[in-house]
Design a protein around this ligand. Structure first.
Ligand code: B4P
Length: 191
């Protein structure tokens, strides 16, 4: 099994690159953002609760997200591995993920962190907001999401760095070029 965390600020290309990675390496994609948006669209109790946080650009409580991830991992017992996109976003989530994987006799093999300038992040997300219909893709909420990332999520990188699992990749390039850089790192582990 090969398990990868794709790490980075909002708009850094996590969702975009996850799609390329799962296709190329036949891994299972788990995006907490997508799972939460699906709950919101179906008006489930979890979705109604999560929307309050997402609309403000703040993180959904850890226990909600961790429970969701746990069920999702259990849904695909035969997966060759997982790409975790947008998860973990706090140290508590990182520790919970380690425990969930340990229970399945596996672990996180690699964390790829996308590094993108703040100007570019805002440009991409405002651009997506023109067509995405996402209530959090407007400049006020985007600024809040980036602030939330800097204070709660960025410190999680050092958790993985301490285990020697972290590689940083420049994500300012066009999609294909960034993918080549990511793939170069993945190939060191998978091939
Ligand atoms: P997410 O859905 O994870 O949203 P995101 O961080 O903004 O990144 P996303 O993957 O969508 O965008 P991407 O960079 O690919 O989270 C949304 C909200 O859900 C959070 O604010 C939070 O409230 C909640 N949430 C999710 N996970 C949580 C967790 N674990 N704990 C607590 N709360 C959680 O792409 C952005 C844009 O850039 C796209 O338009 C794309 O086309 C473009 N783009 C990508 N790469 C590009 C490139 N190389 N060049 C040009 N444009 C590019």
């Amino acid at each position: 099994m090969f398990n990868l965390v794709l790490f980075g600020p909002p708009g850094s290309g996590k969702g975009t690159q996850s799609e390329n990675i799962v296709k190329t390496y036949q891994l299972q994609h788990i995006s907490t953002g997508d799972l939460l948006r699906d709950e919101v669209a179906r008006h489930t109790p979890l979705g109604v609760e999560a929307q309050k946080y997402m609309d403000q650009g703040i993180l959904v409580p850890d226990e909600v997200v961790i429970g969701m991830i746990s069920s999702k991992i259990d849904e695909t017992p035969d997966a060759r591995g997982f790409v975790f996109d947008g998860f973990p976003r706090t140290r508590a989530q990182a520790e919970a993920l380690d425990k969930l994987l340990e229970f399945k006799n596996t672990k996180i093999d690699l964390v790829l962190a996308l590094d993108v300038s703040e100007t570019e992040l805002i440009k991409r997300l405002v651009g997506r907001g023109l067509t995405s219909g996402r209530s959090d893709d407007n400049e006020e909420v985007i600024t809040k999401r980036i602030k939330e990332y800097r204070s709660k999520t960025e410190p999680v990188a050092s958790y993985y760095d301490a285990y020697g699992k972290l590689e940083t990749v420049m994500g300012n390039h066009p999609v294909d070029e960034t993918f080549k850089l990511l793939a170069k790192n993945i190939n060191k582990y998978i091939l």
